[in-house]
Design a protein around this ligand. Structure first.
Ligand code: NAD
Length: 436
């Protein structure tokens, strides 16, 4: 399969969740894509057709367009063949909560002087980053163009999101590169937001902060529902039909995690603080989320008393279903809080076990939900993997030592759980005993 003649070849620097999906997506649209990563093992694996991450549809898309995808640890082929270099390296949080831009700076420093290239920033960066990169590039006489093109894909649905974006945001100061990026996205027929670099950077941070706020909001409503006997699932249903509110991100649970929301909310809070503004609302969003992860412990204690020596089965570990990403997953806090309270933790996740093993200690990993549940005093459903919908609840109840199911995602049908003989506790839904 050769590249479509009218499609611009591109470079993609960083082949993680964003970089690899971007590369595969643009290859599918007809571009030759030159991928670069400093991780030699990852590049060797990709060359051999091994996926470094678990993302639905990605392996197939890469296999289908393999001839247009080129992988290297060197920048040379990308610089030689492409004008646009998409940057998708990680920007994890530092101890201060600011974004760690060292990988972005490493990429910028590695650029040669060139009047024909432009960096297209996919990585999530603080507002002002583009301006300082442009300044640094100019000071070193590198002559590079710069475009802010933040990424909004969701892990677990990343390929679909690439192909059907709600919008594409392109921030630049004029010049050829912004137009070239717009032309690349044109076949997707998505609304294009052309704006300045700083506003594009802020669209990304503000969008994630708003979604996180929505989650913490419904979680607080859930907590009040528990005090008052209302059912947050019913409340969210009624709220979500208001089209000013919408039904998405109104699912109460045990808090948000992942590689984006926690870090981007904190980064925006720090960015505001660094520029002299106290972003009070985001402090509350973060604090509510931290407390929410711990509420499961008191639900377990309400039924089991002391957790010392209790066997707790965690179903799901990934921060959400359909991904193996464990970054900032609620299960990390939960498993260590449980062990801190003296419980023994067994856990099962359909795909995230390998990633989880790198981050969680002291936990026994089971190879199926049934194995994790067997002999447990309580089950905690942490991640709403579709396969847990088909759990044989009667079997589960029979094989357990206890009978408690804490549904951290309001995922299981309460009547079915109770009908199977389980004591069912959810988030923000009435308990049978009338208590929260
Ligand atoms: P990731 O950690 O999965 O991948 C980053 C990749 O960059 C790694 O493979 C790493 O080896 C590589 N890398 C680091 N330094 C490099 C360098 N100097 N040269 C070449 N490669 C280098 O990260 P990710 O989840 O894909 O996120 C990338 C960026 O996109 C972050 O800023 C993130 O906030 C943002 N983002 C992520 C998501 C998401 O859902 N994961 C969604 C939207 C935006």
């Amino acid at each position: 399969m050769s590249a479509a003649p009218d499609r611009e070849p591109i470079g993609v620097i960083g082949t993680g969740y964003v970089g690899l999906v971007t590369a595969a997506g643009f290859a599918a649209l007809g571009s030759d894509v030159y991928c670069v990563d400093i991780d030699e093992e990852k590049i060797r694996g990709l060359e051999a057709g091994r996926m470094p991450i678990w993302e639905p549809g990605l392996e197939e898309l890469i296999a289908e367009h393999r001839e247009r995808l080129h992988f290297s640890t060197e920048l040379g082929p990308a610089l030689e063949r492409a004008r646009l270099l998409f940057v998708a390296v990680g920007t994890p949080p530092t101890y201060s909560g600011d974004a760690d831009l060292s990988a972005v700076h490493a990429v910028v420093d590695a650029m040669p002087a060139s009047g024909r290239h432009a960096l297209v920033m996919k990585s999530t960066v603080p507002v002002g980053t583009g301006e300082s990169i442009e300044r640094a590039l100019a000071e070193h006489g590198k002559g590079f163009g710069y475009v802010a093109c933040p990424e909004f894909l969701k892990e677990g649905a990343a390929v679909r999101d690439f192909m059907n974006p709600d919008r594409v945001v392109i921030g630049d100061g004029g010049g050829w590169a912004g137009d070239a990026v717009e032309a690349l996205y044109a076949p997707l027929d998505a609304p294009i937001v052309r704006t300045d670099v700083k506003s594009a950077e802020m669209v990304k941070l503000a969008s994630n902060a708003f979604l996180a706020t929505k989650i913490s909001f419904i979680n607080e409503i859930a907590n009040v529902c528990e005090e008052t006997g209302a059912d947050v699932v019913e409340v969210a249903r009624g709220m979500g039909l208001d089209d000013r509110i919408g039904p998405k991100f109104l699912q109460a649970g045990i808090g948000f995690g992942g590689s984006c929301f926690p870090k981007d909310v904190t980064a925006l809070k720090q960015l505001a603080g660094n520029s002299g503004y106290h972003f009070q609302l985001l402090n509350a969003v973060i604090e509510v989320n931290e407390l929410q992860k711990r509420r499961v412990i008191s639900k377990l204690q309400k039924h089991l008393g002391s957790l010392v020596g209790k066997e707790i089965a965690l179903l799901g570990l990934a921060f959400k279903p359909n991904t193996d990403d464990m970054r900032e997953a609620s299960s990390l806090v939960l498993s260590s809080r449980l062990q801190g309270a003296g419980a023994r933790v067994r856990a099962y996740d359909p795909v995230a076990e390998d990633e989880a093993r790198k981050l969680i200690s002291g936990v026994t990993f089971a190879s199926s939900a049934a194995e994790a549940i067997d002999g447990a005093d309580a089950i905690v459903l942490v991640t709403e993997w579709p396969e847990f919908r088909d759990l044989d609840l009667a079997d589960a109840a029979r094989s357990m030592r206890g009978s408690l199911l804490v549904d951290g995602r309001n995922f299981i049908d309460p009547d079915a759980a109770r009908g199977a003989g389980l004591v069912y506790e959810a988030i923000g839904r009435p308990s049978r005993d009338g208590a929260g």
